[in-house]
Write a protein that binds this ligand. Structure first.
Ligand SMILES: NC(=O)c1ccc[n+]([C@@H]2O[C@H](COP(=O)([O-])OP(=O)(O)OC[C@H]3O[C@@H](n4cnc5c(N)ncnc54)[C@H](OP(=O)(O)O)[C@@H]3O)[C@@H](O)[C@H]2O)c1
Length: 228
């Protein structure tokens, strides 16, 4: 039997690349999906990299998962990492941010889940792992639109887990605090990155939830907080 296949959305981003590398190391056949045209130079060889895909386009997403399964024969797991962030107060911010963050965080995940679902249900142990945010459990100042959108991802996770309880597909989410990324280091120069979540550590938790060993876990929202 061929090795298990995982599709990783946002696969060219900072967390996405770390998860692609970890999944490859764990023996998965890895497909990275991203709106960006091409990955960074550091991107691992051997990953099936599919750039230029906007996951808010349902038709494009349907065609994509169809093509992935045509090429690799199966799809066992979907890790929804595509997403984004904006810090804005309501008073000084732009109301369009609420639509922007909802679209980039919730709609991408819902669309990918829906289009991948027929293939995941056909797998022996289908897995969906989403990325919510610890900051959506209680929103701080400037976090309203972002927290609302990540709450949407978390509610999608819970609802879809219930919907799929009679199947072999589990649906879970990780809730990171602050990931150690170049962007966060630039935005918070006075903070100690040693307190943050290293992408590789978050990748380990996501790959555990995608593994056969996690078959009894579904609908879980797992905080991954580092020392924050
Ligand atoms: N960084 C943090 O501290 C933190 C904390 C909590 C949660 N998270 C979440 O963790 C995830 C990864 O974060 P990150 O820092 O690694 O972000 P990142 O480097 O910006 O990567 C996100 C990737 O998703 C892609 N993407 C966005 N919209 C898409 C769409 N419509 N279709 C396909 N791909 C799309 C982006 O492409 P473009 O470059 O073209 O936009 C980008 O390559 C996100 O969901 C984020 O909200 C991050």
């Amino acid at each position: 039997m061929s090795s298990k296949v995982v599709a990783i959305t946002g696969g060219f981003g900072i967390l996405g690349e770390a998860v692609c590398r970890a999944a490859q190391g764990a023996g998965w056949t890895v497909v990275a999906i991203d709106r960006a045209g091409a990955p960074r130079d550091s991107f691992p060889d051997g990953v099936d990299a599919r750039g230029g895909v906007d996951l808010t386009d349902a038709g494009a997403a349907a065609d994509l998962f169809n093509a992935i399964v045509k090429q690799h024969d199966r799809l066992d797991a979907l890790l929804n990492i595509a997403g984004g962030f904006r810090w804005e107060t309501l008073e000084d911010g732009n109301l369009d941010s609420w639509d922007f963050l909802y679209t980039i965080n919730v709609k991408t995940a819902a669309t990918a889940c829906k289009m991948a679902l027929p293939y995941l249900k056909a797998a022996p142990a289908g897995r969906i792992v989403n990325v919510g945010a610890a900051g959506a459990l209680k929103a701080g100042m400037g976090m309203g639109a972002y927290a609302a959108s990540k709450s949407g991802v978390m509610r999608l996770t819970e609802a879809l887990a219930e919907e799929l309880k009679s199947t072999n597909v589990t649906v879970n989410a990780v809730l990171p605090t602050i990931i150690d990324t170049p962007q966060n280091r630039a935005d918070m120069p006075d903070a100690d990155p040693g307190d943050w979540v290293v992408p590789e550590d978050l990748a380990s938790v996501m790959l555990y939830l995608a593994s056969d060993a996690a078959r009894a876990v579904t609908g879980a929202l797992v905080p991954v907080t580092g020392k924050v």
